[in-house]
Design a binder for this molecule. Sequence first.
Ligand SMILES: C[S@@+](CC[C@H](N)C(=O)[O-])C[C@H]1O[C@@H](n2cnc3c(N)ncnc32)[C@H](O)[C@@H]1O
Length: 248
Amino acid sequence: MAIIDKYALYAKAVQTPAADARFFRHLYRDLRGRAPKRLREDFCGTFGVCCEWVKLGPGQTAHGRDLSEEALRYGRERNLSKLTPGQRRRVAVTRQDVLEPGGPSPDLILAQNFSYNVFTKREALKAYFVNCRKSLRRGGVLALDIFGGAGTLKRNVERTDNRNFVFYWEQSGFDPVTHEASCAIHFKPKGRKKVKDVFTYRWRLWTIPEVRELLAEAGFRTSHVYWEGLRGKARLERVWIALILAEK
Ligand SMILES: C[S@@+](CC[C@H](N)C(=O)[O-])C[C@H]1O[C@@H](n2cnc3c(N)ncnc32)[C@H](O)[C@@H]1O
């Protein structure tokens, strides 16, 4: 297999941590009328958002949690190392299951790039939401992204051309009985062979109403759907991405 810097390619293909940190601070302020200080980034991988969050001001703190030591180590070497000592002191990362309770109480919890789809059973996703609700400070917010659309109910491949590589998102099928799907990321660096299955996921494709019902059952006061920036205004597309924000 060709040697590639898989986390660097992944970051270029699907992450915008600096914009995300500002965007979620803005959304939180819009909902709660004050700026959030403490972030928890669940399924944080290389914790890019944590590292951008602490740049927003001296009172900003961030806690990232992920099961992958490999991803956390990469984040320490490539992201954390670029911060000033003062910023670095305000980032904590722990290798742990997001279902584990405890830890500092955040204003805002982010679970990005659909990672909670790893919970294929209702009880597990609800347990995760209960854990988030209990951890959050009063008035805290949980932010999740979600994808769907007619195009995701069958095999589909999305190809995106970047400057030095091509990014492929492949969903190899869809089981209508379980709503589960196998998804994979492939990269083709310029002038080199395609490297397949760099990241693979076995996911349940949850729907917006299912997620909102589980959030309510988990004790969240209310939830909002953001569709291309307009709350609640849904357009039907082949593949869409939306955001769900739940208020404690
Ligand atoms: C799709 S990646 C998302 C990474 C990053 N949040 C992003 O937005 O690009 C999913 C991440 O979730 C982590 N993960 C999966 N199950 C987990 C669990 N139960 N607890 C903590 N981390 C988990 C994986 O190690 C992986 O880094």
